[in-house]
Design a protein around this ligand. Structure first.
Ligand code: HEC
Ligand code: HEC
Ligand code: HEC
Ligand code: HEC
Ligand code: HEC
Ligand code: HEC
Ligand code: HEC
Ligand code: HEC
Ligand code: HEC
Ligand code: HEC
Length: 310
């Protein structure tokens, strides 16, 4: 790397000398980029011109940036003093750059505050010094963060736990690009918890699982409260994204002794299966009988009334 940089520096200083003779450079991809692209182009160790193939390169759109909109005026960098090293540009986005995360982000927010970024400043990402450029790549035709198949990998760089969960046997089809992180999260921050796209967990789930909203004649309190009480949206070793499998899931809230008895297959306080009929730990356990766990519309049948059965 150092050798390459030294080599480049040498190359560039030759070019710089050549440029001292008036030879008006032309813009290559962005309006007004000549002041930088006379030294930085596709032959640079970091090729910069692909930005011209992105929305930032729509030169007919006066809102689009030039090099200095993001990297700062960088006068000292352009006008290297005769002796000494070339001063750095004002704003640099690489991970190891001395530019603070706030300054990096401010460069983007001058144009992108508002919209999906209304809550950016209050977001967990902003407060943990995550930069726009930690997720977005601007000098490439394709930005992985906005590619349905690649987005998760951008997030996994920092979110190891979700990377593991999303590979479990029960999961949303995230790796297939069908339900992606940004279907549920706004990585730029949100009004509600966990940067969810809607104000609550449930409202977020309802965007796709409308039937779970009801209205039901009988509701199951935790379902109305928070889907994540029972489900891990990212993945689980249990079927149906369940955090814990039945009967243990149910028994995190219901006393094993809660049955009043008289139900075939159930022996009072016992957790174990019985010889008479369906046991409470066998097969689908509690769900053998309580089939409509999210709510029921069967008010007439007295025995079903309070039990989430069909
Ligand atoms: C006269 C030639 C020249 C001009 C004009 C020039 N640069 Fe550079 N730039 C260089 C050289 C040489 C390097 C590599 C050596 C170094 O790191 O200092 C470099 C490095 C950089 C780096 C990487 C710095 C780092 O250390 O990571 C960025 C970013 C950069 N330039 C942006 C710009 C921008 C934006 C402009 C226009 C405002 C610009 N440059 C104009 C010669 C130039
Ligand atoms: C929309 C903002 C934006 C614009 C416009 C922009 N850059 Fe960049 N530049 C970045 C970001 C962000 C990075 C970090 C790498 C990436 O995201 O691709 C970067 C990286 C670089 C690097 C490599 C930095 C390093 O330290 O190795 C150079 C050189 C550079 N840009 C030069 C330019 C030049 C020249 C232009 C004009 C043609 C330009 N940039 C336009 C945002 C921008
Ligand atoms: C000078 C204003 C300006 C600056 C500075 C700027 N952008 Fe943009 N950006 C735009 C415009 C204009 C668009 C096109 C919007 C549209 O078409 O609706 C855009 C589009 C985008 C898009 C969407 C691209 C697409 O294909 O839809 C992303 C992502 C983006 N910018 C990220 C950034 C990041 C990250 C930075 C800082 C490194 C940045 N921008 C700095 C003006 C800017
Ligand atoms: C944690 C990763 C992450 C960070 C940090 C991040 N973004 Fe994004 N950004 C995304 C993803 C994913 C998308 C595509 C999904 C979406 O639109 O919400 C996106 C979409 C965008 C878009 C295009 C859609 C739109 O809103 O117009 C723009 C512009 C943008 N981001 C700008 C920014 C700016 C500016 C910052 C820094 C203040 C930033 N992003 C920080 C991940 C991120
Ligand atoms: C550069 C690292 C980085 C990247 C990339 C990143 N995150 Fe994060 N994210 C963090 C940090 C740090 C936190 C703070 C909590 C923690 O340590 O997990 C966080 C927290 C979160 C939270 C919890 C928010 C809260 O309010 O509790 C969500 C949701 C999240 N990230 C989603 C995403 C998504 C979606 C992506 C990809 C589009 C992404 N992150 C990419 C670093 C990152
Ligand atoms: C189907 C919706 C959905 C999808 C898709 C999704 N999440 Fe989440 N995520 C949630 C919900 C809901 C929570 C809050 C869970 C809770 O409160 O227990 C959450 C919480 C988080 C948290 C915070 C965890 C904590 O312990 O605070 C992170 C980080 C996160 N998600 C990252 C991601 C990443 C990365 C992806 C993509 C690989 C992703 N999520 C995809 C719904 C989703
Ligand atoms: C963007 C749409 C979308 C959102 C938002 C969404 N889901 Fe899903 N969900 C799906 C799809 C698609 C499937 C897979 C259906 C299939 O594979 O047949 C699914 C499947 C499931 C499954 C069954 C998984 C299995 O192993 O069979 C559960 C449970 C589930 N989602 C719960 C949730 C919860 C809880 C939330 C809110 C945190 C949520 N979903 C948000 C689209 C979504
Ligand atoms: C009290 C625990 C609990 C809560 C809370 C809960 N679920 Fe479920 N969910 C289950 C159980 C148990 C299953 C498996 C049902 C079965 O096997 O018959 C399931 C299955 C599912 C399935 C896949 C099978 C189907 O019925 O489509 C989806 C989708 C689902 N839940 C979404 C949600 C959503 C959305 C919420 C929040 C509105 C939610 N769940 C809240 C326990 C719960
Ligand atoms: C997060 C806690 C929680 C979990 C997990 C949970 N429940 Fe519930 N359940 C409740 C609450 C709270 C009520 C309302 C109790 C009341 O109204 O007295 C309820 C009510 C019920 C009722 C109706 C009782 C009545 O008197 O109306 C049945 C049946 C039931 N749950 C079965 C289950 C089954 C089966 C499971 C496992 C799949 C389960 N529950 C998981 C908290 C939970
Ligand atoms: C063999 C069928 C069957 C199985 C298995 C079953 N139940 Fe029930 N459950 C019923 C019937 C029928 C009722 C209504 C009669 C009654 O109240 O005893 C009921 C009532 C309930 C009630 C509300 C009344 C009360 O006693 O509080 C709760 C809560 C409940 N069951 C939870 C569970 C849990 C948790 C499991 C699994 C550990 C489970 N059930 C397994 C059939 C079953």
């Amino acid at each position: 790397m150092r050798i390459a940089a030294a080599f480049l520096a040498a190359t560039f200083s030759v070019i710089a000398v050549a440029q001292d003779k008036p030879a008006p450079a032309k813009d290559l991809v962005l309006n007004g980029d000549a002041k930088c692209t006379r030294c930085h182009d596709e032959n640079d160790s970091f090729p910069v011109l692909a930005i011209g193939k992105t929305k930032h390169g729509t030169r007919a759109d006066p809102r689009t940036p030039t090099c200095t909109s993001c990297h700062g005026a960088s006068e000292a960098h352009m006008n290297k003093p005769a002796s000494g090293a070339r001063p750095k540009p004002d704003v640099m986005f690489t991970k190891t750059s001395p530019t603070s995360p706030e300054a990096k982000n401010q460069a983007c927010l001058t144009c992108h505050q508002g919209g999906k970024r209304t809550h950016w400043q209050m977001s967990m990402h902003a407060s943990r010094d995550v930069a726009c450029s930690s997720c977005h790549v601007v000098h490439a035709q394709r930005d992985p963060a906005r590619d349905k198949l690649e987005q998760a990998n951008v997030c996994f760089a920092c979110h190891k736990q979700q990377r593991a969960e999303i590979r479990r046997q029960s999961r949303h089809p995230t790796l297939e690009g069908k339900v992606i992180c940004s279907d549920c999260h706004n990585p730029h921050g949100a009004a509600g918890e966990k940067m969810l796209v809607r104000d609550s967990v449930n409202d977020t789930c309802y965007t796709c699982h409308m039937e779970k909203r009801g209205p039901f004649v009988r509701t199951h309190q935790p379902v109305q409260e928070n889907c994540a009480l029972c489900h891990n949206p990212h993945g689980s070793v249990n079927d149906n994204l369940l955090k814990v499998r039945a009967p243990f899931l149910c028994q995190t809230c219901h006393e094993p002794t809660s049955h009043r008895g008289g139900v075939a297959g159930i022996t009072g306080g016992s957790n174990s299966s019985t010889s008479s009929g369906i046991g409470i730990t066998l097969a689908r356990a509690c769900l053998n009988c309580h089939t409509n766990i999210h709510g029921t519309n069967n008010p007439k049948d007295a025995t079903n009334e309070r039990t989430f059965r069909r």
